[in-house]
Design a protein around this ligand. Structure first.
Ligand SMILES: *[C@@H]1O[C@H](CO)[C@@H](O)[C@H](O)[C@H]1NC(C)=O
Ligand SMILES: *[C@@H]1O[C@H](CO)[C@@H](O)[C@H](O)[C@H]1NC(C)=O
Length: 435
């Protein structure tokens, strides 16, 4: 008597589990078979095409060589239902996935399954990872597919395979960037087959610095602190902290300061005399210095120059959610909480990890609206964001994205934000942990 029910259940199970294929003819390349998928929040349908080769495998005589365009897929039919290999890179405990291979020049295309005939704007997402790690598998589309954009996530050669430069014909260098260019050319030439608008392509991405701002500056010291003994002495040495730490940090991050004047200015701006020499008290200032020198100043300079020529929108991401990229997988090594860290913003654009709290999800929906509206209209907008004005003065305005989103008018405030919020948890938890 059980068997008919069992049969029914089996059929239902198969239906919900079945992969629904979708085929697209892509110009001269061939037919790509993708699959149907659904967005995270409203279960909108979209089509997923993964592991599409846009360049010949860069192996054999093509290793280190500029990428070579694919003219047609090998067997004409391409199974694009799953991710392919990621590019060779150093293992990253915690975030690691298997499947490294030099044959990694693939891209992934995600297309809303809407009926209209209208062409959709395209977002190309360039992943980060210090130019030597990262891959497309982390950038799944389930949040962004809530909006009517096409998402394209390419991979490109990393580390020495992407950047070794001998200035010779065999190893000319910088092929990583040529790979990215070829992926963009692929979009230009083929995205219309996916209903994409080749004239509305927005290039997006996340910093290639795989470490948080704070961690960068503190890195040499924290390594010494937790992995060895020699630096503990230095951190307890007031003379080192007063006289050597800032010049050493500048040297570490590649800022020349031969006369020492720059160090002196930083010391006077970021530390009071009672803090100098006491490592714990110096941490907020060190974080601000690191943030400014490694990220904020360069970013500011670029957007400021850009704003002279075209509408430019600047933001500071201040939302502190349940997830963080602070320290990445090595976070356990640091006996304090890093606040809102480098790369935290893209936690809300991609389900990596896919376990946001309700409060986080509110921010994620807002972020998705802001990013995709910019892709669609060239102007970012979202519910509960009254306006995000374009930059019009030297210092702003800019959007401060947090639990409450508001417009700031002086971005230079962000250069000293940690020392001004010194009483907040970061410094407090550090003191708590280290003492
Ligand atoms: C897609 O193309 C493949 C390869 O030719 C074929 O086996 C499959 O039946 C096609 N699927 C659909 C839904 O047309
Ligand atoms: C989210 O997932 C990660 C990885 O699976 C896990 O380490 C973390 O504890 C989770 N966080 C929450 C808030 O569930």
């Amino acid at each position: 008597m059980l068997s008919p029910w069992f049969g029914v259940l089996l059929v239902l199970f198969n239906i919900t589990d079945a992969i629904i294929e979708v085929n697209v003819t892509v110009g001269q390349l061939g037919v790509a078979t993708g699959r149907l998928d659904r967005s995270k929040w409203s279960q909108r349908q979209f089509h997923s095409f993964q592991g599409i080769p846009f360049a010949e495998p860069p192996i054999g005589s093509l290793r280190f060589a500029p990428p070579v365009k694919v003219i047609s897929w090998k067997d004409y039919y391409l199974d694009a239902k799953n991710f392919r290999n990621i590019c060779p890179q150093t293992k990253q405990p915690g975030y690691d996935v298997e499947g490294y291979d030099e044959d990694c020049l693939h891209l992934n295309v995600y297309v809303p399954a809407t009926n209209g005939k209208e062409l959709l704007p395209v977002m190309i997402w360039i992943h980060g990872g210090s130019f030597m790690s990262g891959h497309a598998q982390r950038f799944k589309p389930h949040y962004l597919m809530e909006s009517d954009i096409i998402l394209v996530v390419p991979q490109f050669r990393l580390g020495p395979l992407g950047l070794l430069c001998l200035g010779t014909e065999e190893i000319p260098g910088n092929v990583q960037f040529l790979d990215q260019v070829m992926a963009m050319e692929w979009v230009r030439d083929n995205i219309e087959s996916f209903r994409g608008d080749r004239n509305r392509v927005t290039l997006s991405g996340q910093s290639s610095g795989a470490y948080s701002v704070n961690l960068h500056l503190l890195s040499p010291l924290s390594q010494g602190l937790y992995d060895g003994l020699s630096s503990i002495g230095l951190l307890n040495d007031p003379n080192f902290l007063k006289d050597k730490l800032i010049p050493l940090s500048l040297k570490y991050i590649g800022v020349p300061d031969e006369t020492g004047v720059f160090s002196q200015i930083l010391i006077e701006k970021y530390f009071s005399s009672s803090e100098l020499g006491d490592f714990l008290k110096m941490v907020p200032g060190l974080i601000d210095i690191g943030s400014v020198l490694i990220f904020k100043a360069g970013m500011y300079r670029m957007v400021h120059e850009n704003s002279r020529f075209q509408p430019t929108f600047m933001y500071s991401f201040d939302y502190r959610g349940s997830q963080t990229r602070f320290g990445y997988e090595s976070v356990k090594k640091y006996p304090f909480d890093g606040g809102v860290a480098h790369s935290d913003d893209y936690i809300y654009l991609f389900p990596f990890p896919d376990n946001l709290t309700e409060a986080d999800t509110v921010i994620a929906k807002r972020m998705v609206q802001l990013w995709t509206s910019f892709t669609i209209n060239g102007t970012p907008s979202a519910d509960f964001v009254s306006e995000w004005p374009k930059m019009s003065t030297r210092a702003g305005p800019y959007l401060k994205i947090g639990t409450e989103t508001r417009v700031g008018d002086n971005y230079f405030y962000e250069y000293t934000v940690t020392i001004h919020n010194k009483a907040t948890s970061l410094a407090a938890s550090l003191v708590h942990c280290l003492c």
